[in-house]
Design a protein around this ligand. Sequence first.
Ligand SMILES: Nc1ncnc2c1ncn2[C@@H]1O[C@H](COP(=O)(O)OP(=O)(O)OP(=O)(O)O)[C@@H](O)[C@H]1O
Ligand SMILES: [Mg+2]
Length: 465
Amino acid sequence: MRYSIRTRLTLLIALAYASVFFFLVAAGALALYLGIENDIDKKLRTERNGMLTLFESEFTGLLSATGYRRSKLTDEFLAKLNDIHGYKNQFVIFSLESETGRRVYSDGGIKNVQLLLPKGFLTKEAAFHNQHLVGKLYRVLIAKPLWGTLVVGIENQAFFEVADQFKEILFFGVPLTLLLVLVGGHFLARHVMRPVVAAAEATEKITLTNLSARLPDYTGKDEFGKLVKTLNQMIARLEQGVKQVQQFTHDAAHELRTPLTTLRGELEMAYQKPSMPDAVRAGLQKSLDRAISMSQIVDNLMLLAHSETGNYPIQMSTFRLHELFHDLVDDVRMLSEDQPIEILLTHCDVVTFSGDKQLIQRLLLNLSDNALKNTEQGSIEFTLRRGNNHIQFTVKDTGRGIAKRDLPNIFDRFYRVRQARARSTGGSGLGLAICKWIVEAHQGSIGLNSQIKRGTTVKIILPIG
Ligand SMILES: Nc1ncnc2c1ncn2[C@@H]1O[C@H](COP(=O)(O)OP(=O)(O)OP(=O)(O)O)[C@@H](O)[C@H]1O
Ligand SMILES: [Mg+2]
């Protein structure tokens, strides 16, 4: 699946923000955790010092005491420790080493904690350690006085608190900021992409007939500005090239027109000479036909060249379109008299129409010419209908139809389907291109439906006025 640049930009921004957010929160949490741990360590140090002072000032007797005196002293020592330090979330281990042997006492929140510690824990170096005990994390300080080992442990609540807070922030904070960033990013990306969208929309409107249009000025000196400038220069070069081609077509047609007219005149004159033998006259007739067809092509070329440069002087007038249809049907009937084709005007609303009468006539002529040329038998049927603010007319024949592969090109100039090219008679392939231009010049639309060997229907919709 392809995403638009805007979406991709938004997602990238969101990803960048989410990562930064995550790392900031993680760094914050770590700093917080280390701060709290530092506090615990301070407390542990104070506890250790207090306990060592108490032992060394009052209870060193324990090292040599035995029997009843020893257990009495031990009770006293532990009671005093308890008084001074309290044992909430805490434990203490004394390991005494003397000539009477090695003895270990413990007290605090965990009973017989020395048995729960991993083997050899008491022989670890004098330092801070982290240790899991009964499902909780303890911060532990080991001290090594001359008489043995002292271990003080405090539950490291902070670790869990910070972890919980961290989870909470991540759970709510990340989606929330992500949402904000997505919305913000979307608007940001839209803002950034605006000149591109504008340029694309403007480009869409640039066609062969309005190559003088340019992309909207974008004064920024950034990449977009450069792109717009380059595109505008390219369109200018295209415009120049197309103008030259159009001018050439126009000039060539113009140059051909006069000699052709002269030629036609001379042929007609020669043809009318009574002294002309019949065999020569037949040859002259053929040449005359060709000259007429050539001057029609030249006329069509001139018209198309004018239409492309936008120079054709469209002459608007209001006229009765239905009358044109009646006249047209009469003409077509006459032209097809000796053919087994029925010419029908099946529906003809009364329509007063505003447009270029000559062009509309030409449009109808081209369509009926096509229908006549391509229909051997059956019917050619015309309709004219009036809508609220548009008219619609159709020319439908039962002729040879057009193959599917030709349909996409049928309105191109000089395009003729293969069979038509093979026929010696027939036109130049400009008729439908002219029809299309006439319809577009009247802001209308033209559609062509055709099935091979079944017939063709051309439908035209024009706005009234
Ligand atoms: N009603 C139709 N039935 C069958 N084929 C058609 C029909 N109308 C047009 N065509 C085909 O489309 C091609 C293009 O038509 P277009 O009117 O542009 O050119 P043309 O009739 O050959 O020449 P011109 O109109 O310049 O004399 C024609 O060659 C013809 O084969
Ligand atoms: Mg034609």
